[in-house]
Design a protein around this ligand. Structure first.
Ligand code: S3P
Length: 446
C-alpha cells in the first residue's frame, strides 16, 4: 500500500484552490445523464469516486467525456431511456455514487448489479433499499443489504412519503431520484436537515421541488417533495471548490505557527459549513471574503491564519453540517488547550471506515488522550504540538489519511500514513497542493 509521511513544517503560505465539490460533481453527472441532451460541467472533481459514477452512467447509456480544456460533457439519454448495463456497476469506494445510482435505476425496467471495494461492501445499504422497495423496486442482497446486490426497477413505481431514520443526504437523494421516475409526488421528511445539493440542482434542471418546514409535536421537520416524471432540461453546471477538502487546509493553517493562507472559490452551502463555525468557536482566525453565488450554490474565499485554539463542545445538532469533517476537526482538537467533546457521531461509524474508531486509534498512537463513549468522542487537547511519531493505517478512508497527514505538519515528530492511495477518491493532488503552501508531505524512503 502507498505510504506518505508528513513532517513538522514551516509556515504555510499562499493562495490556492481546492478540487471541485464531490457531492455536487456526482449530482451534475447524474442529472446530466437524466436530462436528454448535452450538459456541460466545469470545475468537476476528477477524483476516483466521480470517475466511478461516470462509469456507471456510461454503462446505462450516457456519453460522458472530458474535453481538452477541462470541461466535462454529458450527453444524457434522458429519464426513461437508459439501457440495461451489460456488466456489474462498480462504484469503488463511493457511498454517494452507489446510493444515488440505486435511486436512479430503481424505476428503470431492468436489472442492475452493484458492487464496490472492500470498504463499500461493508457499508449499510438497507437505508436505501428499504424505501426503494416500498416504491416497487425488487432488491436481491446479502445480509444487512450490503453490496454486492441487484436491483430490478419497477416501471409502475409508487410515490411514497418517507421519514428518514438516519440524517443522510445520500438516502434523501436516492429517494428523490427514484421520485423523478415515479408518477405523482414523492416526499422525504427530514428530522434533521442534510445537505440540499440535490434539491438545488433538480430545480436548476427544471424539476419541481417543494421544501417546507413544519413543527410537529414541538419538533421541526423538513418536507422535501419532488414532482415525478418532469421534462429535465440539460444545463451548464459550474462546480465550486469542496468545503470538505478546504477543511484540511484550514486546520493545517490554523495549526502550523505563522501560517496564513487563502482558499479561493469554496462552496458555502449553509448545510455544509459547520466545521468553520466550530473552528471559529475554538478561536480560529477564519474569514470569508468575496461571497457570491455560483449557479445555485453560495461560495466565498476563505482566509485562515494560525491561531491558538481552545477546546469546545460540539453539539449533536451540528453533526450533519460537518459530518465529513470530524476526522480533521479531531486533529485541531488535539492541539487545542482543554477538552473538546463531539456528540451525536453515530453516523461516523458507517462511513468509508469506522471513523470514530480510526480517529481514536490514530490519535492514541500519536500521543493524544482520547475517549470514545457511545456516540461521542472526547479529545484532551495538549495546548500545543502532539508527540506524533506514529504510522497510522488509513483504513481505506481518504479523510482519515488526510487528517493524520495534517496533524503530522504540527507534531513534534513526523506522522506516516499507510494506505494513502484512497486520497485520490476525493482530493487528487493533495500532497502536492499542500507542498505548494510549504507543507512537507512526501513518500518515505523506507
Ligand atoms: C454525501 C452525504 C454524506 C457525506 C458524503 C457525501 C452526499 O453522507 O458523508 O461524503 O453527497 O450526499 P450521508 O448522506 O450518508 O450522511
Amino acid at each position: 500500500m502507498a505510504k506518505l509521511r508528513a513532517s513538522p513544517s514551516g509556515p504555510l503560505r499562499g493562495t490556492v484552490r481546492v478540487p471541485g465539490d464531490k457531492s455536487i460533481s456526482h449530482r451534475a453527472l447524474i442529472l446530466g445523464a437524466l436530462a436528454a441532451g448535452r450538459t456541460t460541467v466545469t470545475g468537476m472533481l476528477e477524483g476516483d469516486d466521480i470517475l466511478s459514477t461516470a462509469g456507471a452512467l456510461r454503462a446505462l447509456g450516457a456519453r460522458i467525456e472530458r474535453q481538452a480544456d477541462g470541461r466535462w460533457v454529458v450527453d444524457g439519454p434522458g429519464l426513461g431511456s437508459f439501457q440495461e448495463p451489460g456488466g456489474v456497476l462498480d462504484l469503488g469506494n463511493s457511498g454517494t455514487g452507489a446510493r444515488l445510482m440505486m435511486g436512479v435505476v430503481a424505476t428503470q425496467p431492468f436489472t442492475s448489479f452493484f458492487t464496490g471495494d472492500a470498504s463499500l461492501c461493508k457499508r449499510p445499504m438497507a437505508r436505501v433499499t428499504d424505501p426503494l422497495r416500498r416504491m416497487g423496486a425488487q432488491v436481491l442482497a446479502r445480509s444487512g443489504a450490503r453490496l454486492p446486490l441487484a436491483i430490478t426497477g419497477s416501471e409502475e413505481s409508487t410515490p411514497i412519503e418517507y421519514t428518514l431514520p438516519v440524517p443522510s443526504a445520500q438516502v434523501k437523494s436516492a429517494i428523490l431520484l427514484a421520485g423523478l421516475g415515479t408518477a405523482g409526488e414523492t416526499t422525504v421528511i427530514e428530522p434533521e436537515p442534510t445537505r440540499d445539493h440535490t434539491e438545488r440542482m433538480l430545480r436548476r434542471f427544471g424539476a419541481t421541488v417543494r421544501v417546507k418546514d413544519e413543527i410537529i409535536d414541538g419538533k421541526k421537520l423538513r418536507y422535501v417533495t419532488v414532482v415525478g416524471e418532469p421534462e429535465l432540461r440539460p444545463n451548464a453546471v459550474n462546480v465550486p471548490g469542496d468545503p470538505s477538502s478546504a477543511a484540511f487546509l484550514a486546520v493545517a493553517a490554523l495549526s502550523v505557527p505563522g501560517s496564513e493562507i487563502r482558499i479561493e472559490n469554496v462552496g458555502m452551502n449553509p448545510l455544509r459549513i459547520g466545521i468553520f463555525d466550530s473552528l471559529r468557536e475554538m478561536g480560529g482566525d477564519i474569514r470569508f471574503e468575496n461571497r457570491r453565488d455560483q449557479d445555485d450554490e453560495p461560495t466565498a474565499d476563505i482566509l485562515v491564519k494560525a491561531s491558538r485554539l481552545q477546546g469546545i463542545r460540539v453539539p449533536a445538532e451540528r453533526a450533519p453540517s460537518m459530518i465529513d469533517e470530524y476526522p480533521v476537526f479531531a486533529m485541531a482538537a488535539s492541539l487545542a488547550k482543554g477538552t473538546t467533546r463531539m456528540e451525536g457521531l453515530a453516523e461516523l461509524k458507517v462511513k468509508e471506515s469506522n471513523r470514530l474508531a480510526a480517529i481514536a486509534v490514530g490519535l492514541k498512537a500519536c500521543g493524544v488522550r482520547v475517549a470514545e463513549d457511545g456516540d461521542a468522542l472526547t479529545v484532551e487537547g495538549l495546548g500545543g504540538a502532539p508527540p506524533g511519531g506514529a504510522m497510522v493505517d488509513a483504513a481505506l478512508d481518504h479523510r482519515i489519511a488526510m487528517a493524520f497527514l495534517v496533524l503530522g505538519l504540527s507534531s513534534k515528530s513526523a506522522i506516516g500514513v499507510d494506505g494513502t492511495e484512497t486520497i485520490a477518491t476525493s482530493f487528487p493532488g493533495f500532497a502536492s497542493l499542500m507542498g505548494s503552501l510549504g507543507a512537507s508531505i512526501v513518500i518515505p524512503n523506507r
